[in-house]
Design a protein around this ligand. Structure first.
Ligand code: HEC
Length: 183
């Protein structure tokens, strides 16, 4: 697995040069392995890696979207717009996608949170599918505890999520739908 962004960029550069080499010189014998197996990052590659990393959103920006979508998810379920609730659950994941690149080491922790709390076998997803608000309330409150568990474990125990007093986007939360309407 890649340890940091420089390694990804280096890998693309190395892969790119290998592909080019194959197509332009098909009869060339295989090169003798060099003494060093680890590619060294040229200064320009490291600079490019920094630009990519710094230019993409990290956790704070992603979490803002996660939190708002999580609030919307609740009010959609409460209003009976279960497809919107399921949709908001997917949007939460989209907000964090860039952190696959910008926070490579931390991403697996987010990914396992998603699988356990929002995935197909999660209590929240099952409650959405069954349009079961009682089960949804319980699963939602358990998920809030898990959000805050990660905040504490990451050194941010002062970021304590609480249930919102209303949704964050102006949408029709009482439009009646099934979770399966969200394709
Ligand atoms: C995998 C760990 C993890 C999980 C799970 C997690 N968070 Fe976070 N969250 C963080 C970290 C780390 C920060 C601080 C980010 C920073 O400033 O670099 C943060 C920051 C935040 C912030 C403040 C950011 C801002 O711009 O307002 C909010 C709000 C937030 N999280 C909400 C949530 C909610 C809601 C959930 C659950 C649905 C959740 N988080 C789940 C790790 C996590």
């Amino acid at each position: 697995m890649f340890k940091n962004i420089s390694e990804i960029v280096i890998s693309f550069v190395v892969l790119g040069s290998l592909v080019t080499g194959c197509s332009s010189q098909p009869t060339q014998p295989a090169p003798t392995p060099s003494a060093s197996a680890t590619p060294v990052a040229p200064a320009a590659t490291t600079a490019l890696a920094d630009v990519i990393k710094n230019g993409l959103p990290g956790y704070s920006v992603g979490m803002r979207g996660v939190s708002d979508s999580f609030d919307n998810m609740y009010y959609a379920a409460k209003g009976g717009n279960w497809a919107l609730s399921a949709y908001m659950s997917n949007v939460m994941r989209d907000y964090m996608s860039p952190t696959q690149i910008t926070r490579i080491k931390d991403y697996p922790q987010w990914d396992s949170f998603v699988k356990g709390n929002l995935g197909d076998n999660s209590a929240l997803k099952k409650a959405m599918d069954a349009k079961d608000m009682v089960a949804f309330e319980k699963a939602y409150s358990d998920t809030i505890d898990n959000c805050n568990g990660c905040h504490s474990a990451s050194g941010f125990k002062f970021i304590k999520k609480i249930k919102a007093s209303g949704p964050k986007a102006n949408l029709d939360y009482s439009f009646q739908s099934n979770a399966s309407d969200n394709k």
